[in-house]
Design a protein around this ligand. Sequence first.
Ligand SMILES: Cc1ncc(COP(=O)(O)O)c(C=O)c1O
Length: 396
Amino acid sequence: MRRVYLDHSATTPIDARVVQAMLPYLTETFGNASSIHQFGQEARAAVDKARRQVASLINARANEIVFTSGGTEANNLAIRGVCEARQTSGRHIITSAIEHPSVRGMVEYLEQNGWTITRLPVYDNGLVRVDDVRAAIRADTVLISVMMANNEIGTIQPVKEIGALVRGRRESGQKHLSFHTDAVQAAGRAAIDVELIGCDLLSFSAHKMYAPKGVGALFIRRGTRLFPQQIGGHQERERRAGTEPVPNIVAFGAAAELARQEMVQRNEHTARLRDRFEREVEARIETIVFNGDRRQRLSHVSNISFRFIEGEGLLIHLDMQGVAVSTGSACSSGTLEPSPVIKALGRDEELARGAIRFSFGKDNTDEDVEVAVEAITRAVESLRAISPLVRESIAT
Ligand SMILES: Cc1ncc(COP(=O)(O)O)c(C=O)c1O
């Protein structure tokens, strides 16, 4: 059976060139980057090079990059690190209703510990409004954390406008206000320039850009105060203790460089496949709803709700046909929780439960699209044939 992977927002395969770049650091060049001898120096040089490569993907300076274990840790470090450093200036955070659990969960934790949270709505297009951000800023706001691109629907938030707003506030005296953006989905897929965005902190992760799992980075603008969350070593300029995973960091550097060089072609390719996919699904299947703004979104994602069926059922049917996709809903205590992101768009429970994310990658082909469309058409037909929701809708 031909297998088709359409879940690149979950993770990507490692590029063969990235594997080649990291291999020597898994074998002969194994030193600890903190050691003084030659072995250590070689590892240090490799980490320094990777730091420059990763920094250049987002137009940052190398010394503004802190390597972490991934996007989750980068988000945790950004939010808790800034809040702990700033708590005497204020205890108010602004965030959006559709953040990744690594932001949402950390913000909830702070809320339980006495912080006040404003969660911005995203409306039916999945986008926050800059006017809402402006209206939410208070004298005691210390952090705004709004993601650059959403992991379920791919919508790209107006981060540049939020950055300008924050800069304006700082210039007029609100010195303790910082802006963090979770760019885990965007990095390597959309052009990122931290100077243009004007953010103080930006999280990203290697395994979404054809590099291994277990490494990510947090951009911390020079001068941003932040308490480290991992203590017990001088690594990463005292901001993240622990021996650096040199092979992973080298791989991240190589992948960042490739992403920078190939971004335009990759995006043209995924956008063409994704758009063809959407046209064909729309032509063949009735009563579907596209989720999120279809222009202001990443080029590789499509999120579709199929009425009358549950996303999980469709996912399993597709998996049996070799097509890998994902849902944003979660199974908790035996019941299917609808995706909070799709619900935040104002969709009803049924649509939120019927949402599926298809995410394309640089190595997908037209044949993959054809196989996936066939499989979806078959799966939707057989699921709708037995769906009690179809019977209810005919009866009403
Ligand atoms: C938007 C977003 N933020 C954060 C993360 C977490 O990144 P990691 O898997 O590297 O911990 C993900 C992963 O799916 C994500 O999509």
